[in-house]
Design a binder for this molecule. Structure first.
Ligand SMILES: [Zn+2]
Length: 500
């Protein structure tokens, strides 16, 4: 349906010039249709839908082109334009105005609902991360699990913002790399600061009674990212805006997990640290700042690789007002996960493990709070229990999920054992962007026990005997993971088993 400009929120229709019929305007927006900050070189895209054959301009007389019907499935009257922001352009959170013109007058105007700002690169927009769960995203994805996370950052890390789309800012990490940060985890700084850079000082590499750590003195809290790689086991940390001035790396006594530590200057402003680990299985790490010194704490394997004495966190998914999925016969995910988690706690305690529960009643606990609590309690390992659901009632089976490949062996071991219960395998899924798989501080895995949306699976999920069987399977899975951690040699055998 066509609406006149007057009826559309955000559209303004000027009175028609004498003798001219005002055009009908269906929509006039930026693409994407959300508030934006743009830097020189960025593209401002606009789209307007009106009658065919009009002459429309925006900004300072830039024309919009009416798209050929072959590009619009036959629809006429769709106009688009791209404007590349130039140095010196200014626009301060304004709507984009469109003019309908004839050779001698403007007959109508319209404006976007979204507001646009052109940033001045001579006044870098800086921001500091805030809170204990600040993170960067790779891009602007907005699926169910949020944008794909690049990693967590400590608080008070200084970021150089060069753009904004809706509720995310674009971060200039280095000359060639960008990321995105959600509005709610940063605080904007007033103008006048320099884009953050630093030379690196000489490292200190040391072990105390609990962990190994590397400290790199910087003059500002720069953003960083990290990746735990396997075969060989190593931790790679990139610091953005950092340039090497490291004259030596002091490797002191007491190291148990760190082997060789090296660096390279990947780009003029990207400093890469490579920390080789001595064990095949990493038990996690934590990156934070002490003042402006970047500190990487690398965990050692537990003293004894057995359940007795191990600190195992067990997470019962959902709870309270967050019911989760529901089955055809009424089984609720939050009840099933709690029942299985309580069984697992009993199994683990019987084996001598110390169990930390994210909830032990029907309580509402936010996933962010679970992550905060777990990072503080610092378990050796985490198992998160959920129940799967599908739009198709025929889909069934068990599956496990990991975010970081170094923690995959845990999820594979759990998967193997869950299949031993007789449940069909639905799969072992990696790079999973789920909040509780996000922490790097301990190996973690998500177990989607079975599908509550499948009648057969639902029956098993609600059976106390089968719940116990699944709990036992997870305990055995943890034991297998510990066994795998003890073993030497390549770790292919785990994958071989899962391909059975
Ligand atoms: Zn769930």
């Amino acid at each position: 349906m066509l609406l006149t400009g007057l009826l559309m929120g955000g559209l303004l229709l000027a009175p028609p010039a004498h003798g001219q019929q005002a055009p009908l305007i269906e929509s006039a927006e930026t693409v994407p249709a959300t508030d934006q900050w743009l830097s020189p070189g960025d593209r401002l895209q606009v789209r307007l839908v009106s009658q065919s054959g009009a002459r429309v301009t925006f900004l300072n007389g830039q024309p919009l082109l009416e798209l050929d019907p072959t590009l619009t499935q036959g629809k006429r009257g769709i106009y688009q334009a791209t404007y590349v922001v130039q140095p010196g352009d200014t626009l301060h959170d304004r709507p984009i105005r469109f003019q309908f013109v004839t050779p001698d007058s403007v007959i109508a105007t319209a404006q976007s609902k979204s507001l646009v700002r052109f940033l001045n690169p001579n006044e870098p927009q800086l921001a500091l991360t805030r809170g204990d769960l600040a993170y960067l995203n790779y891009g602007l994805g907005e699926d169910r699990l949020g944008g794909a996370k690049l990693g967590y950052l400590d608080s008070l890390v200084m970021l150089h913002l060069t753009g904004r789309v809706g509720k995310q800012y674009r971060v200039q990490l280095s000359q060639t790399q960008t990321a995105w940060v959600p509005q709610e985890v940063v605080r904007l700084l007033p103008p006048g600061g320099f884009a953050p850079t630093s030379l690196t000082g000489s490292w200190s590499v040391q072990g105390d009674s609990l962990v190994d750590y590397v400290r790199v003195p910087l003059t500002a809290r720069l953003p960083y990212r990290s990746q735990l790689l396997t075969e060989p086991s190593r931790l790679v940390v990139d610091i953005y805006g950092a340039t090497s001035n490291t004259n030596w790396i002091t490797q002191r006594d007491g190291l148990q997990e760190l082997g060789d530590v090296t660096y390279e200057q990947l780009e003029p402003d990207v400093f890469r640290m490579v920390l080789h680990l001595r064990h095949r299985q990493s038990w996690g790490y934590h990156i934070s700042y002490r003042g402006n010194t970047l500190e990487i704490r690398v965990k050692r394997p537990p003293q004894k690789l057995r359940l007795r004495g191990l600190v195992v966190a067990v997470d019962a998914g959902h709870g309270g007002t967050n019911v989760g999925a529901t089955g055809a016969s009424g089984a609720r995910e939050k009840d099933l996960t709690l029942a299985i988690a309580l069984q697992l706690r009993q199994e683990l305690q019987r084996a001598g493990a110390q169990v930390l529960m994210t909830r032990e009643t029907d309580a509402t606990v936010d996933n962010g709070d679970r992550v905060r609590q777990l990072r503080r309690l610092n378990p050796d390992v985490l198992v998160s229990i959920h129940v799967n659901s599908s739009g198709s009632a025929t889909v069934r089976g068990t599956s496990t999920y990991y975010r970081y490949v170094a923690f995959r062996p845990l999820s594979v071991a759990l998967y193997e054992q869950m299949r031993e219960t007789g449940l069909p395998g639905f799969g072992n899924v990696g790079s999973f962007n789920f909040g509780l798989n996000g922490p790097t501080e301990y190996p973690n895995a998500l177990v989607e026990t079975a599908f509550v949306s499948n009648p057969e699976d639902e029956k098993l999920l609600t059976s106390p005997e089968f719940q116990q069987r699944m709990a036992r399977a997870m305990r055995t899975g943890l034991e297998q993971f510990l066994k795998h951690s003890r073993a030497k040699g390549p770790r292919g055998w785990l994958l071989g088993q899962s391909a059975r």
